[in-house]
Ligand binder design. Structure first.
Ligand code: 3HC
Ligand code: NAI
Length: 697
């Protein structure tokens, strides 16, 4: 027997207890142990039932994802599930914590399922670019019907035990030690003369409009293929005998395993977990966090305060004047009302948060007890320095002083205080209570436990925290500035903003760059262009047509007109003919003959610009690992998860081909397309970004 499975006899019942921490993933040793355990139970005198149960925090979290991409090893999971189901003994699964993917499939191989009230089940394979591959698409619909099965499989969501009971996925809910309640249930079934109940022998599900379901899953997946494939697999459960359906599912699973999307999504899964795991912080204890201060209750300050309140922190918010303080309170209350509406908090909780946990003040002295302060005032170095001087004067020793600046030099801010070791950048994304990304900007003097406290705060707030160094725009906004410029150049040369937006949303981005600019406000870019105009390199190509629109007072969505025209009450906008006219005028002025771009070229240039700038950031040490950059783009910039991030995308293309394209673009514009030295080195050495991730692990 494998040491991953404990075998015990309890009267007529054999218990197979899975011991594979942390989440009982179905590694080869677990699969082999379960198979051997079934054989032993069947061979032992007097055994009438088998109970499968997990030790620790979960029943089973699914197939062992670390084995994906390697040659599969026997026993294969689908065979194991069939083997369990075919046993002459009565098989019961007692589920607690999560039963996901292959974990639920093992449970569906059992004849009866009992679960803890707070147990969660699901088939999240689509989030890894796959479909369930051990009978999930064949057995689940036989229990729930096609529609519910498709919803559960294509969303990959976790289904809570009460809903699972309603859907017929589990048979009973009972609180208690999973093994104890499982044994009692198995005994009760034996005593009542219950018989084996293999799902494979149940009739296939009734047909639905399969093509409509396929189309819907395809649209919702925004270019991701696995959800739509899952619909076809469920269709097979209705149209084919069980055994044939299993083969159909297996073939689809194996085919998906070979795709770039599977690689991208599994890279995202592991990177999301590795990103806040910094070797330099091992053994460093973060400072305690109970109460935080927020300076400025505008868009960002209110969002940050909301996120902190929702995570259980007390908040003191400072505004300049009573009126602004009142507006900030209203903004936060509005955000929290949204949480009540979405069922995230109760009305009582809302009252407690807005009256007891939140204090809004115009007095900096109210900050004397807070453990950490986040400054979110205007983006102006002089204003920030004044604020930090006041913080330096009132905050207790050991209080972390953070700035939410988007671009400014955190070293300069730190140097303006008497305690630069306590100063850090905590760069949230708008809306701060919704967006998952947090850039933790480490300045030259920032103390390690202050960095650890930044990560601890990120964890409390449920953020994906990424370490960044100090530079103009840190990781995300610096890369954004570069790929936005590549898009601007394409507009000057003949691609319309609308073709570019469409090509990039087809690639999988949530929004194209010009729709994003309209949303963020065109005045922001306009102000930046004016600020930077003085130190511009003579070879830098900066379009001015959009400044003409700003001069007319049009700043995007908030004024109703930008690259697009927005009508009240309508979602999205329609192309603005004035933009086309202004672009044509600028092309004429510059003597440019516009040329055609294919969508493929648009995507390629945009992505190459992104990768090249990212490689420069890595070379400079602003980002430590390629995966850090991938997570910034995924969680802050709407990058399609199924590509894993720009660095993973580049690896999948082959770095040599990416460098070749950058060098060919450099023949037209050598200033903008200077290849990143790191990219050249990696290509010369035959290595890629993933090698760098592995070396840093
Ligand atoms: N295989 C291998 N490792 C896994 C794993 C899995 N299925 N699930 C989780 N882990 C690892 C994590 O990488 C992490 O490792 P680390 O500590 O070294 O970083 C550790 O277990 C703990 O995981 P989390 O930090 O995510 O812990 P949480 O408590 O936050 O979440 C979880 C637990 C809900 C189980 C979450 O990890 C999760 O969603 N896991 C993936 C579940 C999944 O996708 N299952 C389907 C797999 S595909 C499949 O089964 C195919 C089949 O149909 C053939
Ligand atoms: P905002 O203009 O909406 O809010 C700023 C608030 O600060 C105002 O309410 C103002 O009254 C207050 N304020 C100004 N000086 C103050 C002082 N001395 N003491 C107390 N309060 C003061 O600005 P927004 O958008 O919230 O931005 C704030 C900061 O966050 C800026 O540094 C910005 O670059 C950064 N940021 C903004 C993002 C965005 O999308 N808006 C995203 C990430 C960072």
């Amino acid at each position: 027997m494998s040491d991953k499975i404990a075998y015990e006899r309890h009267g007529d019942i054999a218990v197979l207890r899975i011991q594979n921490p942390p989440v009982n993933a179905l590694s080869q040793a677990v699969r082999a142990g379960l198979q051997d355990g079934m054989s032993r139970a069947e061979a032992e005198e007097g055994v009438r039932a088998v109970l499968i149960v997990g030790e620790g925090r979960a029943f089973i979290a699914g197939a062992d994802i670390t084995e994906f991409g390697k040659p599969p090893q026997e026993p294969y999971l689908p065979d194991l599930c069939n083997r369990i189901e075919a046993s002459p003994l009565l098989v019961v699964a007692s589920m607690h914590g999560v039963s996901l993917g292959g974990g639920l499939e093992v449970a569906l191989g059992a004849h009866y399922r009992i679960a803890q009230p707070n147990a969660r089940v699901g088939l999240p394979e689509v989030h890894l670019g796959l479909i369930p591959g051990a009978g999930g698409t064949q057995r689940l619909p036989r229990l729930t019907g096609a529609e519910a099965a498709i919803e559960v499989i294509t969303s990959g969501r976790h289904v809570m035990a009460p809903e699972a009971l309603e859907l017929g996925i589990i048979d009973r809910i009972e609180e208690g030690d999973p093994q104890t309640v499982g044994l009692a249930y198995a005994q009760e079934l034996l005593d009542s003369g219950a018989t084996r109940r293999p799902i494979s022998e149940m009739p296939g599900t009734a047909p639905i409009d399969w093509d409509a379901a396929y189309e819907a899953a395809f649209r919702k997946g925004r270019g991701q293929i696995s959800p739509a494939q899952a619909v076809r697999a469920v269709q097979a459960s209705a149209e084919e005998p069980f055994k044939v359906g299993m083969k159909t599912e297996r073939q689809m699973f194996v085919d998906l395993m070979e795709t770039d999307q599977r690689q991208g999504m599994i890279h995202a899964f592991f990177s999301e977990r590795a990103v806040s795991n910094l070797p330099e912080l091992k053994g460093v204890t973060p400072r305690d966090l109970h109460e935080i201060g927020v300076i400025g209750g505008g868009t960002m300050g209110a969002g940050i305060a909301t996120a902190a309140l929702l995570s259980g922190l007390k908040v003191v918010l400072i505004e300049m004047k009573d009126e602004a303080a009142k507006a900030a309170h209203e903004r936060i209350a509005g955000n929290l009302q949204g949480a009540v509406k979405r069922g995230k908090i109760s009305q009582d909780k809302y009252e407690a948060l807005t009256t007891e946990a939140l204090k809004v003040s115009t007095e900096y002295a109210s900050l004397s007890d807070v453990d950490l302060v986040i400054e979110a005032v205007f983006e102006d170095m002089d204003v920030k320095k004044q604020v930090f001087a006041q913080l330096d004067a009132v905050c207790k020793p050991g209080c972390v002083l953070a700035s939410n600046t988007s671009y400014l030099d955190v070293n300069e801010i730190a140097a303006s205080t008497s305690r630069p070791g306590d100063v850090i950048g905590l760069h949230f994304f708008s809306p701060a209570h919704v967006m998952k990304l947090l850039e933790i900007v480490v300045a030259d003097a920032t103390a390690p436990e202050v960095v650890a406290t930044g990560f601890a705060l990120g964890k409390m707030l449920g953020k994906v925290s990424v370490r960044a160094g100090v530079c103009d725009g840190f990781i995300g906004n610096r890369i954004l500035a570069t790929y936005r410029t590549a898009a601007d150049h394409m507009v000057l040369d003949g691609a319309s903003p609308y073709q570019i937006d469409k090509a990039l949303t087809d690639f999988g981005f949530a929004m194209g760059p010009f729709a994003v600019a309209d949303l963020a406000g065109l005045d922001i870019g306009w102000a930046t262009r004016k600020r930077k105009a003085a130190d511009r390199h003579p070879d830098e190509r900066v379009p001015t047509y959009i400044d003409r629109l700003c001069e007319q007072g049009h700043f995007g969505q908030k004024t109703g007109q930008g690259y697009y025209i927005y009508e009240k009450g309508k979602r999205g906008g329609v192309p603005n003919p004035e933009i086309t006219r202004l672009i044509e005028a600028e092309q004429k002025e510059r003597g440019i003959t516009p040329r055609d771009f294919t969508d493929r070229e648009i995507v390629r240039r945009y992505m190459c610009a992104m990768v090249n700038e990212a490689a420069k950031l890595l070379g400079e040490g602003i980002a430590r690992r390629p995966l850090d950059i991938d997570m910034v783009l995924l969680f802050g910039y709407g990058f399609p998860r199924y590509w894993g991030g720009p660095m993973k995308w580049a690896d999948l293309q082959g770095l040599e081909s990416v460098l070749r394209d950058i060098e060919s673009y450099a023949t037209e514009d050598a200033w903008f397309w200077q290849p990143a030295p790191l990219l050249k080195t990696l290509v010369a050495e035959g290595r890629n970004f993933d090698d760098l991730n592995k070396e840093a692990a």
